[in-house]
Design a protein around this ligand. Structure first.
Ligand SMILES: [Cu+2]
Length: 146
């Protein structure tokens, strides 16, 4: 507990979002400069109280590899929060749950870009899809269904 709070402070400085109590988490997002749906997802996170640092890069793949996105489970942007990987259009609600539950895992992925996920809205249409928890060995399990 102490180390995780220390890490938040080191990584994020003194953040302003209130929902997470002391040292609200900062999300680092790696995305291509031309990615529109990535920007919309960043807006979704901000609207839900996250502090976001968006990094434009032409080598997002490097971060996917570094953070351990399993092969075949990739999406557009890749993010990092409190040491967890967040790949693709993961809803803010599930990230908050992850940070609360603190599972021993690499993080969350929403493979591809399902229509209706945050940043991929098309009217009210929702393409059924899963949010996956990536275990430490790289295998996945369903974390939430949409
Ligand atoms: Cu996208």
């Amino acid at each position: 507990m102490k180390t995780s709070i220390l890490k938040i402070l080191l990584v994020g400085g003194i953040a302003t979002a209130a929902w997470a109590g002391p040292g609200a988490p900062v999300v680092d997002v790696y995305k291509s400069p031309s990615c529109g749906c990535c920007n919309k997802w960043v807006d979704h996170l901000k609207a839900n109280g996250f502090t976001v640092r968006a990094h434009d890069t032409n080598d997002v793949a490097q971060h996917k590899q570094r953070l351990g996105v399993p092969p075949g489970k990739t999406s557009c942007h890749t993010a990092e929060v409190n040491g967890y990987l967040v790949e693709g259009h993961v809803p803010a609600r599930e990230i908050k749950r992850l940070l609360q539950e603190k599972p021993k895992a690499r993080g969350l992925v929403v493979p591809d870009m399902p229509m209706g996920s945050p940043g991929m809205e098309v009217g009210h249409y929702m393409q059924p899809h899963d949010v996956l928890l990536v275990r430490q060995d790289g295998s996945t399990q369903t974390y939430a269904r949409y």
